[in-house]
Design a binder for this molecule. Structure first.
Ligand code: ZN
Length: 335
């Protein structure tokens, strides 16, 4: 039987609610590299990790530079270790021109049993080292059309579709090309519904991005402030969260544990837990290094940070919200 909403709310009004109601189950689906899945079924999700990265630069990057079979063998045990701890989804944030490899991600997803999500968009941070020449010449509309066609038809003829937009900008104020990337991302967002995950150099850049969104009439809830932990002025986290943006604290590691817990608790006390995302920015197979170099495992978030959040005062429902409910809302789009 369907409960009348007003009757339900009237019943609640007598209760002393100490925390916001849990986020509604995401009604939409997430685009994984193996196709759409119900966003509500993503489970524990790491929203910012890497499988493979090549820092050589847009001029030289390419699949000829590594052995995908070796990368597969190196990465798979780390994904399995994550799955054994109860995670179900990994969001792979390596953009095009930095080593994005959708076919490798499909193989790893099949072998590990994890959902894996890849992206479209260009990365303008690091003084534009990872931007192809056409990113400077083309209009925001043309760039957005390229990204939107990846969403519609798949990446590079593979049929594998991106589940989010990944961009990057240097510290603010935004350069002309960085601003153009954000405008292009808003156009692609409008066409696809995909959220805009943007690597930001600092809080000034994040505030500039929010201004661009406002000028483009795109909701701040479409924007993920990637690497927000690098901004030490927590008032900016609060300002962005209250505007509706996502605050991604993605540098989780043993050394950074206490700083992350403190940043999460500040946002929790302000009633903004529903805008917080956690991840490690860990991994990955380093192209050009013997055997892929040193791999940072994906496991500390669940092994080390999760219990620390509990000790700091979050209950199981809060932690579930951070690791399951928020990512489901973030990644769910009307497919
Ligand atoms: Zn990253």
């Amino acid at each position: 039987m369907r409960t009348d909403r007003r009757t339900f709310l009237a019943g609640l009004s007598g209760l002393a609610l100490t925390r916001p109601l849990p986020a509604a189950r995401a009604p939409h689906r997430a685009l994984t590299v193996r196709g759409p899945v119900e966003a509500a079924d993503l489970g524990i999700t790491l929203v910012h990790e890497h499988v493979l990265v090549d820092f050589v630069g847009a001029g030289e990057v390419g699949r000829h530079r590594y052995d995908a079979d070796e990368a597969f063998r190196v990465v798979l045990p780390h994904l399995r270790a994550l799955k054994e701890r109860g995670a179900r989804t990994l969001v792979e944030c390596t953009p095009a021109w930095l080593g994005r490899d959708p076919r490798l991600l499909v193989r790893l997803s099949e072998a590990s049993g994890l959902h894996v999500i890849t992206n479209t968009g260009y990365y303008g941070a690091a003084q534009d080292k990872y931007l192809p020449a056409h990113a400077f010449e083309e209009s925001a509309e043309t760039l957005a059309a390229r990204w939107t066609s990846e969403w519609r038809d798949g990446i590079e003829g593979t049929g594998i579709r991106p589940g989010f937009i990944k961009t990057g900008v240097d510290a603010g104020p935004l350069s002309a090309v960085d601003r153009k990337l954000i405008v292009a991302a808003t156009l692609c967002h409008r066409a696809t519904g995909l959220r805009i995950h943007c690597h930001t150099g600092d809080g000034r850049a994040a505030m500039d991005i929010l201004s661009v969104l406002e000028a483009q009439r795109v909701s701040p809830s479409a924007f993920v402030w990637v690497h927000a932990q690098n901004e030490k002025d927590r008032a900016l986290h609060l300002r962005a969260a209250r505007a509706g943006a996502w605050i991604e604290l993605d540098g989780v590691s043993e050394e950074a544990r206490d700083a992350h817990v403190s940043a999460v608790m500040d946002l929790a006390r302000a009633g903004q837990l529903g805008r917080v995302l956690l991840s490690q920015d860990a991994g990955w197979y380093h192209v050009g290094e013997p055997g892929g170099g040193r791999f940072r495992p994906y496991t500390f978030l669940l092994d080390g940070l999760r219990p620390a959040l509990g000790e700091a005062g979050l209950d199981d429902r809060d932690v579930r919200r951070l690791l399951v409910d928020n990512p489901a809302v973030l990644l769910g789009v009307a497919v």
